[in-house]
Design a protein around this ligand. Structure first.
Ligand code: 13P
Ligand code: SF4
Length: 368
């Protein structure tokens, strides 16, 4: 389900009582329910979540780690996902029928995931099949709806995350001559480029204009990139890199591969959120870093690493607005409603979609 469809479905909004509580009261609700439920409750938290939420996460991780942990979570009956909608859907797909997944605020979507809907994808597929025949394997970044994952699963493809995109693209080329990469053109382009595929061998499918943008003749095209992007990472620009190089020449620039090709090419390192954290953790004390990723994570890394000099690659950067929808009031509401036996904001992927989406996820998890 994309965010628009989610909002069409009536979901209750945060009751006023939680809006009027003090931070202390909210924290005490969260702690009380967590203590009461113990291992019956599991709360994974993505690195981009606010500190007030991460404080209570049982684990924090990148998309891959959280998908792996969800798949291996056999004990909890309630999974309160501190992340965005597609992550909670993934957790639902990978857990048992009797385990229930909740998203504290249904408005916590992902603008990138919303850039590929299933109708556009089916239309694109028909057109691409006409043009290229049965030579394409679809891959989708996990930042996509369950319906897109199911589509990819049905056609023999797999999901990828920013941690394993290279491995999955290599695997895809063992199956077919070319790939369709949804919905993030930048992760697809950056990863394929690193694997030695030239920019000319990549085409872009524009789902709005329903056309393929390409330079090379069809027979030379290896990668078809969906024209989607992350509205947070697009705010890191070449000008930001140039400014840091000018003002702080000794600074290492490290960015997430959701940034554009130009930004990644000018940076020193690129990788997933876990990769960024590991690089800084393992760097010699006193080293300097400019990080190009979401601000909640950058601020947390700055706080946790006083021994390093760390700045954001873009000084005007702000957090991901949809990740930020999950906050202490929503967390307290979600947990209390579960404890009271009247859970809100249940994430349930219908079984026929889940069956095919699971195939796509499992093909990735087997190789992760
Ligand atoms: P990773 O956690 O895989 O690095 O992804 C970042 C992201 O944008 C999640 O929405
Ligand atoms: Fe989506 Fe970008 Fe936010 Fe990640 S950071 S949830 S890709 S909008």
């Amino acid at each position: 389900m994309n965010l628009f469809e989610t909002m069409q479905t009536q979901h209750p909004t945060l009751p006023e009582r939680y809006q009027n509580m003090t931070e202390e009261e909210l924290r005490s609700i969260v702690e009380r329910v967590k203590n009461k439920m113990g291992s019956r409750l599991f709360m994974p938290g993505h690195h981009y979540q606010k500190d007030e939420v991460i404080d209570y996460a049982d684990v924090r991780g990148d998309s891959l780690k959280l998908a792996q942990l969800s798949a291996n979570q056999h004990e909890a009956e309630a999974i309160v996902f501190c992340g965005v909608h597609f992550m909670a859907e993934t957790a639902d797909i990978l857990t048992r029928e009797d385990q229930h997944v909740y998203l504290p605020d249904m408005r916590a979507g992902c603008s990138m995931a919303d850039m590929a809907d299933i109708h556009q994808t089916e239309k694109a597929w028909t057109r691409l099949m006409d043009a290229f025949g049965d030579t394409i394997l679809p891959l989708t970044y996990v930042n996509s709806t369950a319906a897109i994952k199911a589509f990819v699963g049905r056609y023999g493809g797999a999901t990828v995350t920013s941690s394993n995109a290279a491995r999955m693209i290599e695997w895809a080329f063992e199956q077919k001559e070319r790939i369709l990469f949804l919905p993030d053109q930048h992760l697809g382009r950056n990863t394929a480029y690193d694997l030695g595929i030239s920019l000319e061998e990549m085409a872009v499918w524009d789902p709005i204009r329903e056309e393929l943008i390409h330079e090379a003749p069809y027979e030379d095209i290896k990668v078809i990139l969906w024209k989607g992007h992350c509205s947070v990472h697009e705010n890191f620009r070449v000008a930001n890199v140039e400014q840091v190089r000018r003002d702080y020449p000794d600074t290492n620039i490290i960015v997430h591969p959701e940034c554009s090709r130009e930004v990644v090419a000018l940076s020193d390192y690129a990788g997933s959120t876990n990769y960024i954290i590991d690089q800084i953790e393992n760097a010699p004390p006193g080293s300097s870093w400019a990080i190009g990723t979401e601000m909640n994570l950058v601020n947390r890394i700055i706080k946790e690493h006083p021994e390093q000099h760390i700045i954001s690659l873009n000084p005007r950067m702000c957090p991901c607005l949809t990740m930020n929808r999950i906050d202490l009031p929503h967390l307290a509401w979600s947990l209390e409603s579960i404890a009271d036996g009247q859970p809100q904001n249940v994430i349930k992927v219908d079984e026929s979609t889940a069956i095919d989406a699971r195939k796509a996820l499992e093909r990735m998890l087997e190789r992760a």
